[in-house]
Design a protein around this ligand. Structure first.
Ligand code: AMP
Ligand code: GLY
Length: 423
C-alpha cells in the first residue's frame, strides 16, 4: 500500500519512520516532508497547508491511506474533501477539528457534556473581559479562540497585566484568532498529554506523555510548541487513566457522535491532574509534537492497521496496541531565538550512525538541504533526539549523549528534559 503523509515536522518524520516498518506499506509519499522523510520515501514540494494542491496530489497518487499530521489542513477540511473522493484518510472532519480550532467551541461542548475543565467565559470586548476577570483570582488565563500555533495563551500574574493582555489580544495580537477570547480559571496540578484513537464510535486509549512547553531550563522563558517529552508518566497510572477515559475521552467521543460530528483520528487531551482528579486544559485533534516521537518509539504494534481502522470505522475489530515497558525521552534542538525570531540555513552535522541503533533516533523537523547537499536548519524546532532505554534516567542520558555527537552551533536545547522525574 502507498501512504501519503501530510506535513514535514519531527512528528511526521516519526510517523513516517513507524509507517515504513509496517509490512502493509511499500511506498511513502510526504508533502512536503523533510530530509529525514526523504530517506524513507518520496517527498513532493507541496505545501502541507495548501488544501487544493494536496487534493490534486492525492487524486494523482491515489494512496491507500492519507495520514494528516498538522492541524491547519484538518481545520481547513482536507479530510472531508479526501473522504468525498473515497480516499481513506486518518484525521477528523473540519467540524470535528473544531475541538482544536475553536477553544470557545470546546468549552461550550464540555459544558454540554459535563466534561471537567476550568470555569470560563467567552468574551469579545475588553469590558466583558475585565468584568469576568474581576470574578477570578490570580493568575489569570487568557486564550485566543482560534489556531495560534500553540502561542495564543497568556498567563497573567496580575489583574493589570491581564486587562492589558485582553486589550492587546482583542485588538488583533493573534490576528483573527484572538478576535474572540476564552478567559479561564487557573487550574493547579501536574500536566500530562493523553492520546486516544477513535473511528467516531469506538475509542482506543493509547498512553500518556509529558511535554516541556517552556523554552528554557526549570520551566523558564516563553511557551513553545514543546522542547522535549518523555513517557511513561507516573502520575498517569491505571486508575488515573481510567478516570480520564471515563470522565473526559468517552463523553467527548459519544458527545461528538451525538451532535453529528463523529471524531475520526487521534484525540490529544492536554490534562491538568489536580486535587479533584483530571480536568481538560485543551484538545488537539492530531498527534503532539514532540509527544508523537515518544509514542512511536514505545509502540510495539504495527501503527498502520490502527490508522486504517480509524479511517474505515473498524476500530472495534482491533486488539489494543502493545507498548514497550522501556522509557523514552526526546530532546528538541531548536535554532537560537526560537520561539521568537531565529535564523535559518544554519549548518548542521549529524553523526553518520546513531549511537545505539534502533533505540536512538534523530527525527528531523525544520531541516533542509542546501545547494551543495549539506544539511541546514530551516525552522525553529530543528531536531528531536529520541532515545529508548530500560529506565527514564537512562533514556534521558542516552538522548543527551547523542546530542553531544551532533554539531549544531546555532542551536540550543533544554538540559533538564525528564530530569525532575528521573533523578
Ligand atoms: P493550551 O495551549 O490551552 O494547552 O495552554 C498552554 C499551556 O498554558 C498549558 O499547557 C498550561 O501549562 C497552561 N494553561 C492553559 N490553560 C490553563 C488553565 N486553565 N490553568 C492553568 N494552566 C493553564
Ligand atoms: N507539544 C504540544 C503540541 O503538539 O501541541
Amino acid at each position: 500500500m502507498k501512504v501519503l503523509l501530510i506535513g514535514g515536522g519531527g512528528r511526521e518524520h516519526a510517523l513516517g519512520w513507524k509507517i515504513m516498518q509496517s509490512p502493509l506499506v511499500d511506498e511513502l509519499v510526504s508533502a512536503p516532508g523533510n530530509p529525514g522523510l526523504a530517506k524513507l520515501g518520496r517527498c513532493v514540494p507541496v505545501d502541507g497547508e495548501d488544501v487544493p494542491a494536496l487534493m490534486a496530489l492525492a487524486e494523482k497518487e491515489r494512496p491507500g491511506l492519507v495520514v494528516i499530521g498538522p492541524e491547519v489542513p484538518l481545520a481547513a477540511g482536507l479530510a472531508d474533501q479526501l473522504r468525498a473522493q473515497n480516499i481513506a484518510v486518518f484525521g477528523p472532519s473540519a467540524k470535528a477539528a473544531q475541538l482544536e480550532g475553536s477553544k470557545a467551541f470546546t468549552k461550550e461542548f464540555c459544558a454540554r457534556h459535563a466534561i471537567p475543565t476550568a470555569a470560563y467565559k467567552v468574551v469579545k470586548t475588553p469590558e466583558e473581559a475585565e468584568a469576568f476577570l474581576q470574578t477570578l483570582t490570580a493568575p489569570y488565563v487568557l486564550k485566543a479562540d482560534g489556531l495560534a500555533a500553540g502561542k495564543g495563551v497568556v498567563i497573567a500574574d496580575t489583574m493589570a497585566e491581564a486587562v492589558l493582555a485582553a486589550r492587546d489580544m482583542l485588538s488583533g495580537q493573534f490576528g483573527t484568532a484572538s478576535q474572540t477570547l476564552v478567559i479561564e480559571e487557573f487550574m493547579h496540578g501536574v500536566e500530562a498529554s493523553f492520546f486516544a484513537l477513535s473511528d467516531g464510535k469506538t475509542v482506543m486509549p493509547l498512553i500518556a506523555v509529558q511535554d516541556h512547553k517552556r523554552a528554557f531550563d526549570r520551566d523558564q522563558g516563553p511557551n513553545t510548541g514543546g522542547m522535549g517529552a518523555f513517557s511513561p508518566v507516573t502520575h498517569m497510572d491505571a486508575v488515573m487513566t481510567k478516570r480520564v477515559m471515563d470522565e473526559i475521552i468517552m463523553p467527548t467521543v459519544s458527545g461528538m457522535q451525538a451532535e453529528g460530528h463523529p471524531f475520526c483520528g487521534i484525540l490529544f487531551a492536554g490534562l491538568m491532574i489536580g486535587p479533584t482528579g483530571p480536568r481538560l486544559i485543551e484538545y488537539n485533534v492530531r498527534f503532539g509534537d514532540p509527544e508523537c516521537q515518544v509514542l512511536m518509539m514505545r509502540l510495539q504494534s504495527d501503527l498502520v492497521p490502527l490508522l486504517l481502522a480509524c479511517a474505515t470505522g473498524d476500530l472495534d475489530a482491533l486488539a489494543p496496541p502493545v507498548w514497550t515497558d522501556a522509557a523514552c525521552a526526546t530532546v528538541i534542538m531548536a535554532a537560537k531565538g526560537y520561539p521568537g525570531a531565529y535564523e535559518k540555513n544554519l549548518p548542521l552535522t549529524l553523526p553518520a550512525e546513531t549511537g545505539q541503533g534502533r533505540n536512538i533516533q534523530i527525527f528531523q523537523a525544520g531541516t533542509a538541504l542546501d545547494e551543495a547537499g549539506h544539511l541546514v536548519s530551516a525552522g525553529g524546532r530543528v531536531l528531536a533526539v529520541t532515545a529508548l532505554a530500560p529506565t527514564l534516567k537512562e533514556a534521558v542520558g542516552a538522548a543527551y549523549q547523542e546530542i553531544d555527537r551532533i554539531d549544531f552551533a546555532g542551536g540550543f536545547y533544554r538540559r533538564d528534559i525528564g530530569i525532575k522525574v528521573s533523578s
